[in-house]
Ligand binder design. Structure first.
Ligand code: GLN
Length: 496
């Protein structure tokens, strides 16, 4: 078998079962690649090679036993390594959220998604870099230094889940978890040329995810194809009594092999909307061209393509940058130097708070706490936060209206490909503008799936996103899968 780190999740699972490869050999191959190449990329904030290899040996023993007795049950991902964004609690690993305020903090429990994946047999390689508390679009807001894009290390991997996206693109792991509050799975997936799902709000438990914007946050998955991502998504999704916002309904099985009407037209009967508000001035021409071409491919595969309008799209940016900071300002109040993480000393209680927060939060986090506190303050609440909530409803209705005409909408993920490190660090507004196309799905709570559809002239990946009806991730996966069966952008790898 060729390089083990090149295999898709599906092949890995079947090769582990057949005994063609061992979990130890696979895990070792990833660890060696990480050791050799991560100094260039800075993907991992924590790595546990010995623990991973021990778990791989356990998985191998389980696989051997199962081969002797194949009628026994074997969890689907037994022996599969993966990486987790450092905003999710994994016991035994520090959870820093990319912040000095949680430096060395060891969570005493696992996030529900982590528990579910461990029960499915995965091995956790390590925790990946993120913008501090997931606030950012480039990982440059990490207190531990930025991650680099595997396609060109002068460029950002996107963010905030840039570590997990880069880890997947660099073949440090077959799949990884990220989170998406305003685009943090889809935009880095697009910048790094991998596939990433932002599930419907309420589809996946947030228990054990350190909260940023609680009405927007959702845990998502990165992988090399819609098929691989769908597999992990299905295993971690579903109702959790520990998160009251999760939907109390079973997650439907996603069958990607069984495609519609005929082989050459698997998308027959599906309607794909093209929202005119997502093809605006200022978008990088190559991004528009590649996305339009991908939409033509969907048409060739049988989909009916029609124009739609999401008229309130332009308000998503100001609405998001009021609601997310408002929620963040409340969520981050708990980091006071007393309850979690390190403490800056003083004899006076207020000085402990002031010093710990003053010295250990980074500038972007402080900016958002101030913005959010202001938007929520007496006298301004109605004008800012209250107004933003009303416009949020209009944005959600835009999608509901569009979905009376089409099954999904297709659009660029970001207006540009991966920008250069440092390009936007002095201009927060320019950084926020990178999020224009991803924020609406979070405000509306609808699912979004990003996948690669080509490259720009510099060789950087271009991504497209499909957004769909609440809880219909299956439709997004089906369309992306059909596209990936017909094209090979998702099989390209960076030369590291
Ligand atoms: N870039 C957006 C922000 O900075 C979204 C981040 C996210 O989805 N976590 O808030």
């Amino acid at each position: 078998m060729s390089d083990l780190t090149e295999l898709s999740l599906r092949i890995i699972c079947s090769a582990l079962r057949s005994g063609e490869i061992s979990s130890r050999a696979l895990t070792q191959a990833y660890l060696e690649r990480i050791e050799r190449l991560d100094p260039k990329l800075h993907v991992f904030l924590a790595l546990a090679p010995e623990r991973a290899l021990e778990q791989a040996d356990q998985a191998d023993r389980r696989l051997i036993e199962w081969r002797r007795n194949p009628s026994a049950s074997l969890p689907l991902l037994t022996g599969v390594p993966m990486a987790i964004k450092d905003v999710l609690a994994v016991s035994g690993f520090p959870c820093t959220c990319g912040s000095r305020i949680l430096e060395g903090f060891m969570p005493p429990y696992n996030a529900t998604v982590v528990d579910r994946l461990l029960a499915s047999g995965v091995i956790i390689l390590g925790k990946t870099n993120t913008d501090e508390f997931a606030m950012g679009s480039s990982t440059e807001n990490s207190a531990y230094g930025p991650t680099h894009n595997p396609w060109n290390i002068q460029h950002v991997p996107g963010g905030s889940s840039g570590g997990s996206a880069a880890a997947t693109a660099a073949h440090f792991t077959p799949v990884a978890l990220g989170t998406d509050t305003g685009g943090s799975v889809r935009q880095p997936a697009s910048f790094c040329g991998v596939t990433g799902i932002k599930p419907t709000y309420g589809r996946v438990s947030r228990y054990g995810l350190i909260a940023y914007g609680s009405s927007l946050d959702v845990v998502g998955v990165f992988g090399h194809s819609a098929e691989d991502v769908a597999q992990v998504f299905t295993l971690m999704a579903g109702h959790d009594p520990l998160d009251a916002t999760t939907l109390d309904q079973p997650v439907p099985e996603i069958r990607l092999e069984a495609q519609g009407a005929s082989e050459s037209q698997p998308l027959l009967g599906l309607k794909v909307g093209v929202p005119r508000e997502y093809f605006i001035q200022g978008i990088q021409p190559e991004v528009e061209e590649r996305v339009r071409r991908a939409i033509q491919t969907l048409e060739m595969l049988g989909a009916e393509v029609l124009p739609v309008s999401l008229p309130h799209t332009e308000y998503a940016l100001p609405v998001y940058y009021l609601i997310a900071p408002a929620e963040a300002s409340a969520n981050l109040a708990r980091f006071d130097g007393i309850r979690y993480g390190p403490r800056e000393q003083s004899d006076r209680m207020w000085d402990v708070f002031r010093r710990t927060r003053g010295r250990r939060f980074g500038p972007e986090v402080k900016r958002r706490i101030m913005l959010g506190t202001y938007a929520l303050s007496a006298g301004y609440f109605d004008a800012y936060y209250g107004q933003a909530q009303k416009v949020r409803t209009l944005i959600r209705r835009d999608f509901e209206q569009a979905f009376t005409q089409v099954d999904v909408v297709a659009a660029p993920v970001a207006p540009t490909t991966a920008f250069r490190l440092g390009e936007h660090t002095d201009d927060p507004l320019a950084m926020y503008l990178e999020d224009v196309f991803t924020l609406p799905a979070n405000l509306a709570g609808v699912p979004g799936l990003a996948f690669p559809v080509g490259f720009d002239a510099q060789g950087l990946p271009v991504g497209m996103q499909l957004m769909g009806v609440h809880f219909r991730e299956d439709v997004l996966f089906r369309i992306a899968h059909a596209y990936q069966q017909a094209t090979e952008w998702h099989t390209r790898s960076p030369n590291l």
